[in-house]
Design a binder for this molecule. Sequence first.
Ligand SMILES: Cc1cc2nc3c(=O)[nH]c(=O)nc-3n(C[C@H](O)[C@H](O)[C@H](O)COP(=O)(O)O)c2cc1C
Length: 242
Amino acid sequence: MKQVIALLGSKRKKNTYRILIEIQRILENHNIKMSIIELYSEHIESCLGCEHFILEGSCVLNDDTTQIINKLINADGIILASPVYLQQVSGQLKTFFDRTCMWYHRPMLTEKPILSVATTKGSGLKKTLSYLESITIQWGAIPAGKVGRTIFTQDRHISEEEISKFVKLIYEPQKHIPNLNQLINFEIQKAMALYLNNLDREYWEEKKWHEQQYYYAAKINPISKYISHRICKFIQDKMKTK
Ligand SMILES: Cc1cc2nc3c(=O)[nH]c(=O)nc-3n(C[C@H](O)[C@H](O)[C@H](O)COP(=O)(O)O)c2cc1C
């Protein structure tokens, strides 16, 4: 059975939680088990900003973050779910995101589809869902759809269609075709890994990503390939002279 971990960024079991429960029922029909981690019930310290994790390979803080990170690494798919708070994700979800900063250097979720979920009274939905997707891309993971509700649409049930891409990618992640945004992100991460940090370089070389166009052998649009290549060359030249 495939396993999905949903991170819930609300203290309440209300609007966002309700959507997760509907998604959980649909996933069950596809033989996928979904577990919810309520982030506000977990002990997650704020990032100290020391960059120890990036530079030395381990975080100096000792709390529930490592356990959550391991669950995400072992999952077949992930859901990031948040209420809109002041046009953005909730504070606890952002605090957790900050603690994963090393994934921008040494990605660990590269073949995980991630579904973004957000609820709001009325404003900030598009922005928040886009932010969740940008985190997915920054982690090197696979953006697998967005589900959002406002007070005007909250009674609409989650449909099979809304999460069909997510379900498909849980079973066949490498069918995903990375878009230009993802390819550029990959090239920036690659340039940083090769020229700025030894730990990153070793990690990328071990995975053989430094010789690849993407984390896995994906179909790539030739125009996107050309543009991302030019950008890569430009960034690498800049970093070499740094
Ligand atoms: C601190 C806070 C900030 C909020 N900010 C916004 C906002 O910027 N725009 C908006 O339309 N709704 C905002 N809301 C409303 C929530 O986004 C909305 O009720 C959401 O569905 C709550 O999700 P939950 O039931 O899962 O906690 C805010 C609510 C709270 C408590």
